[in-house]
Ligand binder design. Structure first.
Ligand SMILES: [Zn+2]
Length: 495
């Protein structure tokens, strides 16, 4: 079998040194070096263009970019998408030749921004794959893993490799990657031989941890349409009908959104769960980023969404206002029947907060078995006086937020409805631990979230301790507002 590796000339100095390793990773030892040729495809067009310009050229829709193509007997069999690199030998060469620009002199100096190393521009690799998927598969190869730099191993990129593997692409040199930061930060054990996410919820859980660390910039959230059913014990259970993943699009973030949506879709399809994607900047508080958030995805990224069958809806301001009106109408219905607990709203608000969907005590992550548990309890809020409610709102600077959330925000009933159903007033608990929480067998201290044991019965206490996954609420859950809600619970229960 004749094997031909094709490399574009604008990348020849950077990519040819790793071609043999790539072949080894793809074929093992079943390859005779006499049968291998490496062909450099000229992109210079009579030397009229510098390296950067050559890389941008597309000709007959073929992108002269981060792709190595491997042919078996002249049939394209493997596409290898390359990471970006901060050790770009071709640009260094060009710089030494005197065709310099400022950027080329940065060879190897700066750390790479998380989004730049792998994801930026990845749509072009996917595009080439979709055009050739009849005969070829798509793999990835990570550069710079032999250098003394951290970016190939950092949290954000590690997540991307797992996303690629979950979608069904292989990262050839994944064994070069040290996942210890990922494991430490996400509190998640990884099977290094199988990096695919095991379930939709386990993936969401890790995204939640990682987004929370990207402080002040929650890039997206998940909404869920559920149906409530009551079992023979009178317990309510919410079954998922459909998820909607709502995201905004900053210029570089759209590559990230592409991978996230694709990975979510693959996992949802596997579990038979319905998911839709919605781009809606109206949903986000984006004071500083406003100008950079697009109404739509850029055309090249949108093209890949289409090719991967990820249908995105775009939210117009009018639709957003309609949803707000719907929420107001729902509030009026609740007010009429004197109910302030809106469990569906509450559950979605907790999702919006982006905390892991798992029991805060034992870690059970079966989504259909999880209850959204109130911290400041519904009846306590309902019984509070106007003065107590207003004071809570004032102390926590919620005036503006509540005012912007509804035209009925002046009603005392609305304020109570808002607080009862606030995502910060809730945690996920399994049925068992929810019951024990409501029976006041245990609580969390409002400063550090540590579990306070209040069991009267020794056997139940020992059982409880054995099931504990953590010592208390994580930092992600324990926002300043959540601490306030917890304080109110403790005041009422005299803890
Ligand atoms: Zn539990």
């Amino acid at each position: 079998m004749k094997i031909k590796v094709k490399v574009y000339s604008c990348y020849q100095r950077t990519y040819t040194p790793v071609c043999n390793r790539i072949l080894k990773l793809l074929y093992g030892d079943n390859i005779n070096s006499n049968d291998v040729t490496i062909e450099i495809e000229d992109t210079s067009e009579n030397n009229t263009k510098n390296i950067q310009a050559q890389r941008r050229v597309t000709n007959n829709s073929v992108y002269k970019g981060r792709i190595i193509r491997i042919y078996e007997n002249d049939v394209l069999k493997h596409i290898v998408g390359m990471s970006n690199t901060n050790y770009d030998e071709d640009r260094k060469y060009e710089f030494l030749q005197g065709q310099s620009n400022k950027e080329t002199s940065k060879y190897g100096e700066d750390d790479y921004h998380a989004n730049t190393y792998l994801k930026q521009g990845i749509n072009q690799i996917f595009k080439f794959y979709f055009e050739n998927k009849e005969t070829a598969d798509l793999n990835f190869y990570l550069l710079d893993t032999d250098k003394d730099v951290n970016y190939p191993n950092n949290l954000y990129n590690s997540l991307s490799y797992r996303e690629l593997e979950t979608i069904g692409f292989k990262v050839l040199n994944i064994s070069d990657i040290d996942f210890s930061e990922y494991e430490e930060q996400c509190n998640s054990r990884i099977n290094h031989n199988n990096l695919k996410f095991a379930s939709f919820n386990k993936y969401l859980r890790d995204i939640a941890y990682i987004s929370n660390r990207n402080s002040g910039n929650v890039p997206s959230f998940l909404q869920c349409d559920e149906v409530e059913s009551i079992d023979e014990d009178g317990d309510s259970r919410f079954m998922t009908e459909k998820y909607t993943y709502i995201f905004k699009s900053l210029s570089a973030q759209q590559y990230d959104s592409l991978l996230k949506c694709w990975c979510l879709k693959v996992l949802a399809d596997k579990e038979g769960t319905k998911i839709e994607f919605k781009l809606g900047k109206q949903y986000f508080d984006y004071s500083s980023d406003e100008r950079r958030i697009a109404e739509e995805l850029s055309q090249p990224v949108k093209e890949i969404f289409d090719l991967a069958n990820l249908n995105i809806e775009y939210t117009t301001t009018e639709e957003f206002m309609n949803e707000k009106r719907k929420a107001d109408n729902m509030y009026l219905r609740y007010k009429e029947s004197n109910k302030i607990r809106n469990q569906t709203l509450f559950r979605n608000n907790i999702r919006k907060k982006g905390i892991p969907t798992e029991c805060a005590i034992c870690g059970n992550d079966d989504v259909n078995m999880l209850d959204a548990a109130h911290l400041w309890e519904v009846y306590q809020i309902k019984d509070s006086t106007q003065k107590q409610i207003n004071n809570f709102i004032k102390v926590n600077n919620l005036q503006e937020i509540i005012k912007n959330s509804s035209e009925y925000s002046g009603d005392l009933f609305y304020k109570k409805y808002y607080l009862v159903n606030s995502g910060d007033n809730g945690i996920w608990l399994c049925k068992n631990h929810h019951k024990q929480f409501d029976l006041n067998y245990y609580c969390f201290d409002s400063e550090y979230g540590k579990i306070i044991f209040k069991f009267a019965d020794q056997a139940t206490a020992t059982n409880f301790r054995n099931e504990l996954k953590t010592n208390g609420l994580s930092k992600e859950i324990l926002t300043p507002l959540t601490k306030s809600f917890l304080r109110m619970r403790q005041l009422d229960k005299q803890i």
